[in-house]
Design a protein around this ligand. Structure first.
Ligand code: SF4
Ligand code: SF4
Length: 242
């Protein structure tokens, strides 16, 4: 065993031994080992956030968010159980009914992580009532549109703007059921210094932040998740942006 390997921690996910660096999260270590733990608010390159809870796993029998929980020697992680699948599906169902998602008319369809997660988890009819909220569309920016009907409040745009772009274009406004993504200009995104080339303009997992004039450049049926389920690139052993 090399000195490098000796410094690694060892734990198991669904009975499979995984080696990890101290300080890594369960989600990071799992991805590097080719094990997909479903998640939405986590994104490679951004700080852990822990808000969506789709990545909930059992650690030594207790529920924990895999995106924020650091690995520890000997921990026993369960990721693939019927109960966890049902919990994750329930969360995704809540995200669907809380906003207005009409996939057949959405530019993000086929590239959308929420939609792909629904398919991966086998989601059919949501067990919760649809809320059909009244939400705004912000088309004030020349190159980027914000459709708040599709926002899942994952904060990826907030973190990408701050941590990768060195800006503070996005932040949350209001509280509870009225919580929304806001921008740092009274008149909407058009008054901010958001650039179409910003990482924040690409971090949105759903069709809330979309670029103008490139819609449907890739036809439906040929998009990222049209042919392979979400997470399959991790299971194929490749690290990626998710
Ligand atoms: S954001 Fe995703 S889930 Fe929502 S309507 Fe668009 S494709 Fe469907
Ligand atoms: S706009 Fe997109 S990236 Fe930002 S919080 Fe909403 S869903 Fe997440």
């Amino acid at each position: 065993m090399s000195a490098q390997d000796a410094a690694k921690l060892s734990f198991t996910i669904d009975g499979k031994e995984v080696k990890a660096e101290p300080g890594q999260t369960i989600l990071q270590a799992a991805a590097l080992a080719g094990i997909y733990i479903p998640h939405l608010c986590a994104m490679k390159g951004l700080s852990p956030w822990g808000s969506c809870r789709v990545c909930t796993v059992l650690v030594n029998g207790k529920p924990q968010a895999a995106c924020t929980m650091p690995v520890a020697e000997g921990m026993i992680v369960e990721n693939d159980t019927a109960e966890l699948k049902d919990l994750r599906s329930s969360i995704v169902e809540m995200l669907f009914v809380e906003g207005n998602h009409f996939c057949m008319f959405c530019e993000k369809s086929g590239n959308c992580e929420l939609q792909a997660m629904g398919y991966r988890l086998g989601m059919l009819q949501p067990r919760h009532d649809y809320m059909f909220p009244t939400r705004q569309v912000d088309a004030s920016h020349p190159d980027v549109m914000l459709d708040h009907n599709r926002c899942i409040l994952c904060a990826r745009c907030i973190r990408a703007s701050k941590e990768l772009d060195g800006k503070n274009v996005f932040q949350f406004i209001h509280r509870g059921a009225h919580k929304r993504i806001g921008v740092d200009a009274a008149g909407g995104a058009g008054g901010t210094n958001l650039a179409v080339t910003d990482k924040a303009a690409e971090a949105c997992p759903v069709g809330c932040i979309v670029k103008k004039r490139v819609g449907f450049a890739v036809p439906i049926g040929q998009r990222l998740y049209d042919t392979k389920p979400i997470g399959s690139h991790i299971e194929a052993g490749r690290a990626a942006k998710e």
